[in-house]
Design a protein around this ligand. Structure first.
Ligand code: 8IG
Length: 276
């Protein structure tokens, strides 16, 4: 069977196969933490040091080449050492989005593979629009909770998964100890690829959303369903539609991400060993 067929017919078997390939290629029997680096976050991994292993994700079972600028489609393995601890980090540079129209399975394949490769914690990063005017461009915000507006779930069947602590309170507390200036917010998932209208942003703000983006939510659910603890961090790279009256563009997103990358990289490197 072609690996793309396995992804849709038996996604968990596909993730298990990809995880076995990662274990064999890296020589790391069990990774501890996964990092999914979204738009603008890719250069933050430079702070993690030198990768012990790197390949194109597309070489692994079930992965397809990425399609969005600013996403490079690589998988890397790092050893992060601090305070006498060694943490093995599996890093995915870039992700697949619902708006690509391939369904939800490719969107969650990275996190399922990571959990099958041993990861107990999944760190999801993204770039987003700021709905709450207290957030400024270039500011990282911890995801406290989410609102899904896509009507898509990575789960099917009678799996009534509890999401009351989806974005781990324990991990958020440790991250805020590391950087007390960090704020938290509610992330709303919008399918895209269109940005919202000003009226839709008004609706989201009224619902209690602070941040809006086109990723993260299906991955958080899929990884949590397999038992992983989740940290979500959004980098505000633009004010959402109608907040400032400016139009939205993808170049703005990339530029804001590059500017914040050093701070984000240092934060991740410092905090990861403290999570274990
Ligand atoms: I970056 O304003 C980024 N991603 N839906 N809206 C949505 N996604 C985004 C936005 C935004 N900015």
């Amino acid at each position: 069977m072609k690996s793309s067929e396995l992804l849709y017919s038996d996604p968990l078997a596909c993730a298990t196969a990809a995880a076995a390939e990662i274990i064999k290629r890296t020589g790391v029997a069990s990774h501890d933490v996964a990092l999914i680096m979204g738009s603008g976050w890719v250069s933050a991994v430079d702070a993690l040091g030198t990768a012990l292993y790197e390949c194109n994700a597309a070489e692994l079972t079930g992965f397809q080449p990425p399609t969005v600028e600013g996403h490079s489609g690589k998988v890397r393995s790092y050893a992060i050492e601090a305070a006498g601890k060694r943490v093995n980090a599996l890093v995915f540079l870039g992700r697949t989005h619902l708006y690509e129209g391939k369904g939800v399975e490719p969107v969650v394949h990275s996190v399922r593979t990571a959990v099958k490769a041993g990861c107990k914690i999944v760190i999801l990063t993204n770039a987003c629009g700021g709905i709450n005017p207290k957030f400024s461009v270039g500011q990282p915000v911890l995801i406290r909770d989410h609102i899904s507006l896509t009507s898509v779930s990575p789960l099917s069947g009678a799996t009534f998964l509890d999401l009351t602590d989806l974005y781990s309170k324990r991990i958020r507390a440790i991250v805020k100890q590391q950087d007390p200036t960090l704020d938290e917010g509610v992330y709303v998932h919008w399918r895209g690829p269109t940005y919202e209208t000003p009226a839709e942003i008004h609706m989201m703000r009224t619902m209690g959303a602070d941040l809006v983006g086109m990723s993260t939510v299906p991955e958080a659910i899929a990884a949590h369903a397999l038992g992983a603890e989740i940290l979500g961090i959004s980098l505000v790279t633009n004010a959402a539609a109608g907040v400032t009256g400016e139009k939205l563009n993808h170049e703005e997103v990339i530029a804001a991400g590059k500017a914040a990358a050093d701070r984000m990289g240092a934060l991740l490197k410092g905090v990861i060993p403290k999570l274990f």
